[in-house]
Design a protein around this ligand. Structure first.
Ligand code: PGA
Length: 251
């Protein structure tokens, strides 16, 4: 049985004052059954302090990393540095990184290796644009991204996480329909199983894109959905924890 993961992606949001949310999240986690994992990926500036406040049930992650370990890369952060700051996971290949920084599948694959070498868990993001969906290319685009962004020698498959985030559903309030989510998640699982064998059944598949407390319960019931990557609704402890509670089947 794959453990559900509810992951918050704060994107470029959050100052130290926002860490008051973390105390609330840890406090609530301590009072809920330990039946699903919980992670917040804040901006890199907050990782260290968040990790100090997180308590035993809340994991802290990075939002991207450079594939190298160190060197002349002004402004970049390595996976090893994220680990050193207290991160346990790193989001790689988010569509905003692919769009804003021109990250390619090859770049993402190199990041996956760096993240695993640093002993951290990569969360590899894939997802189609609206134009690609309208052109009927969703399944091909997602399969290409999986093929290119996950290296053949990806180690420790149970520790790999894939997030399906249709670009048109990110931050738009437009959530994918249950049949659309079910179709793509089933496709991702079969592509990964064809490539890696039955062990791919342990790779956690998250859905991301306008997940809220209102739709989380429905989304998390869809087969092959093993959790959520939550942007806007992760910024406030109340809505983030409502999604976590939905993952536990509460409320
Ligand atoms: P959203 O973002 O929940 O605000 O749509 C999700 C994401 O990009 O990870």
């Amino acid at each position: 049985m794959v453990r559900t993961l509810i992951a918050g992606n704060w994107k470029m949001n959050g100052l130290r004052a926002s860490l008051q949310n973390v105390a609330l999240v840890s406090d609530q986690l301590a009072r809920l059954p330990d039946e699903a994992d919980c992670l917040i990926c804040p901006p890199a500036t907050l990782i260290r302090e968040m990790a100090g406040l997180a308590g035993p049930r809340l994991h802290v992650g990075g939002q991207s990393c450079h594939p190298g370990q160190s060197g002349a890369h002004t402004g970049d952060i390595s996976a090893q540095m994220l680990a050193d700051a207290g991160a346990s996971h790193v989001i790689v290949g988010h569509s905003e990184r692919r769009a804003d920084h021109g990250e390619t599948n090859d770049d993402v694959a190199a990041q996956v290796i760096a993240v695993q070498q640093a002993g951290l868990t990569p969360i590899v993001c894939v997802g189609e644009s609206l134009a690609q969906r309208r052109a009927g290319e969703t399944l091909r685009v997602v399969a290409d991204q999986l093929a290119g962004s996950i290296p053949d020698d990806a180690a420790d498959l149970p520790q790999l996480v894939v997030a399906y985030e249709p670009i048109w559903a990110i931050g738009t309030g437009e959530v994918a329909q249950p049949d659309q989510i079910a179709e793509v998640h089933h496709h991702i699982r079969s592509v990964l199983t064809d490539r890696f064998g039955p062990e791919a059944g342990q790779i956690r598949l998250l859905y991301g894109g306008s997940m809220t407390p209102e739709n989380a319960g429905m989304i998390l019931k869809i087969p092959d959905v093993n959790g959520g990557l939550v942007g806007g609704a992760s910024l406030k402890a109340e809505s983030f924890m409502a999604i976590y509670r939905a993952a536990l089947g509460l409320d």
